[in-house]
Design a protein around this ligand. Sequence first.
Ligand code: IPM
Ligand code: MN
Length: 362
Amino acid sequence: MKSYNIAVIPGDGIGPEVIREGMKVLNAISVRSGFKLNFNLYDFGGERYLKTGETLPEGALEELKKYDAIYLGAIGHPDVKPGILERGILLRIRFELDQYINLRPVKLYPGVDCPLKDKGPEDIDFVVVRENTEGLYIGGGGFLKKGTQDEVAIQESINTRKGVERCIRFAYEYCRKRNKMKKLTLCGKTNVLTFAFDLWERTFYEVAKEYPDIKADYAHVDAITMWFVKNPEWFDVIVTDNMFGDIITDLGAMIQGGMGIAAGGNINPQGVSMFEPIGGSAPKYAGKNVINPLAAICAGGMMLEYLGEEKPAYLLERAVMEVTGKYIKSLSAGQMGYSTSEVGDLVAKFVTQFSIGVTQKL
Ligand code: IPM
Ligand code: MN
């Protein structure tokens, strides 16, 4: 029997609760589909940091590299200064495992309330390919005369030809494989960021020549935020840098119904990838069994797809759609009409019942 070794980092706040439901669903689907998932838990996160002063212990990254995938809950603790855990755990894994793609689908499922007037599931179905190892996130820059009236703060955006090109290539390939509108939009700011996005734009149109079947399209980031609200149906696949990708995917999450459903994958196509719900640790809901686990469950589905278990991944998505379409009242914490664990039970039940006949992605 095929088996996969998964490192699980439940993390902080609601992380452990939603990851538990994700593992429940993944276990159910693996039994039905005939493969095995070996989960190995790691306690990285705020609690461990407060006890030991350590974000990632010595050797942790080397150990993580040996797994087939990593399944992450949430990182962020109210008693830890912002930045320490994010940089020390989340960004460190993304960077050091060279997970250079952050893949974030924006898809409105049936039954989910959309804040946009007159828009439905047929209008909102696109994917953002966010560069995940460069740009403003590398921590380049520094202070001069810190704390004085003459203070200077510099934060540099690093964009390498190699980094930009591999991200853009991934996006073209993904768009081709997705086979929907076959349109790839570069989200940039070529009118102001005339160095960084000059490189992005040149690379984008150069690589476009190798993909005559894909329509290469461009939009400025500010305009993109406008179109997400006004005409989300225009988009198929969007490629962008780290910072813009971070910002537009929160807006994307809102138009697909909120953080309760938004999942993402930190992908290294040649290495170990990490899958996570994109909402934070939501400490005020921690331990209450009220948070929505669907984002974590969907992240588990993305993980299956990347492990090559495509049919089980589609099945998981169908089961989620059944739950959003016919069961839960709202995606918001405490308003689902079900508890966190009951939502997990429902999805686990449907992945078991539905497993015959689902062979393709919707
Ligand atoms: C995300 C988060 C992270 C990011 C933070 C927590 C560092 O907002 O995954 O989108 O900015 O990438
Ligand atoms: Mn973000």
